[in-house]
Design a protein around this ligand. Structure first.
Ligand SMILES: Cc1cc2nc3c(=O)[nH]c(=O)nc-3n(C[C@H](O)[C@H](O)[C@H](O)COP(=O)(O)O)c2cc1C
Length: 197
């Protein structure tokens, strides 16, 4: 390699490293500057993040998507969809806490509830709707009779903390990916229709 090419390559690499961190952060840009819709999610390894983004895509991108760990201010939004991944039958502690603390603010705005679970790779039935929507998210939010969906999620060993990994491997679990973008998008459309048929 010529000395000049080497120097050029090194400078480019250094420049990339010096770029502000914000540029690398994942963000979701709604297709409207005055978004009325927000999707709020809680996740450990990202499946509910993707479900939330795809739900918004199904709504033609009109919803802004928030990780609950950002502690977002949702007071300016008219409608909210809430959901999250499941461990031991529950969503993340951060999502549970947020929903409890913002119960009054969110109650009238929530138009959709969703959960992302493994269900031992079995198809979702009414049992999961009862456990995860009726007996968990509906109770936390005080909201029932809105569009709701239980999605099958995924396992990525490389993203998981060692304890969680050990727990799942005790069940002889393999990596899997059952989350479907088309199902998430369809749910986004269903929620939209339920508000403006
Ligand atoms: C420690 C642990 C516990 C889990 N508990 C449940 C459970 O109780 N019920 C279920 O259906 N899925 C369970 N799952 C599967 C997850 O819900 C599923 O893999 C989900 O997609 C993970 O979401 P995440 O990408 O946000 O971590 C569990 C997964 C882990 C790692």
């Amino acid at each position: 390699m010529k000395k000049r090419d080497f120097l050029k390559g090194s400078l480019l690499t250094m420049g990339a490293l010096l770029l502000p961190r914000k540029i690398w952060a994942m963000d979701f840009y709604p297709t409207t500057s005055k978004a009325e819709w927000a999707v709020l999610y809680g996740t450990w390894c990202g499946s509910s993040r993707d479900a939330a983004a795809w739900i918004s895509e199904g709504m033609n991108g009109i919803a802004k998507v928030f990780d609950v760990r950002e502690n977002p201010d949702l007071s300016g939004y008219k409608y909210v969809i809430v959901g999250g991944s499941i461990r031991a039958g529950k969503t993340t502690p951060e999502l549970q806490r947020y929903l409890t603390e913002h119960n009054e603010q969110l109650k009238g705005k929530i138009k959709g509830l969703f959960a992302v679970c493994g269900n031992m790779k079995q198809p979702v039935t009414q049992v999961q709707y009862q456990q995860l929507i009726d007996n968990h998210l509906s109770k936390l939010t005080g909201v029932s009779n809105v569009a709701s969906k239980v999605f099958l999620g995924r396992i990525t060993w490389g993203l998981m903390d060692p304890d969680a990994r050990k727990q799942l491997q005790a069940f002889n679990m393999d990596e899997y990916d059952n989350l479907k973008r088309s199902e998430c998008m369809a749910f986004g459309k269903e929620v939209l229709r339920s508000v403006a048929p």
